[in-house]
Design a protein. Sequence first.
Length: 220
Amino acid sequence: MIETIKLLSASDAFFEKRFTGDWDMINKYYESGRSVQLHLGHTFNWEWGIMSLSKSVKFPLLIVYMPIANKALNRLFYKVRSQKGAHMLSALNMAKDLMPYRRTNNCLGFVADQSPGYALHHAKWFYFFKKKTPFTIGPAKNAIRNNSIVLFSFIERKKRGYYNMTFELTEENPMNTNEIELTKKFITYLEKVISNNPEMYLWTHRRWKHEWKEDYGFEE
């Protein structure tokens, strides 16, 4: 919470010192004429990650976010998250918000373990830490539709107040796979990084709050 409040006053130099990443892993694709898609879990501190990505990647940075129910708080977070140049796309209206960028090469970021919530009837169910859990396959479908280069990402804490963002190339040609397999790969990746760094995950996200029912279907 304190780090989030710091977003209101932190300078570029502050983030350059305290939040690092292998930005070349993304920027090397800039001249390729293709877009890049990042899949991240609810690992801290993703708010600082948005700031650092905004200043470090050559692509226009598009971030898909879930609006906060409190309108005043939502406006504040929208302003803070976009202050360094990130373009915020509402998960509730993504098709419309994405339209101005549909002909551009961009870096599109998803917190891809978002609970489906209102879209539970469209979710697919997978094992996540040995429990049947719903995942939205929208990020995978978008990557395949646009054949965007897919990188999985994790934020690790080096010490208090200092972070490093790592990237793992997952699919250079998503059109050669399908949304189920790509989502499974993300779940496997997420389990690995959470198991190695359990303190970095937002457990209060209540990822297992929905109970599976027979009519939901299930992907092994």
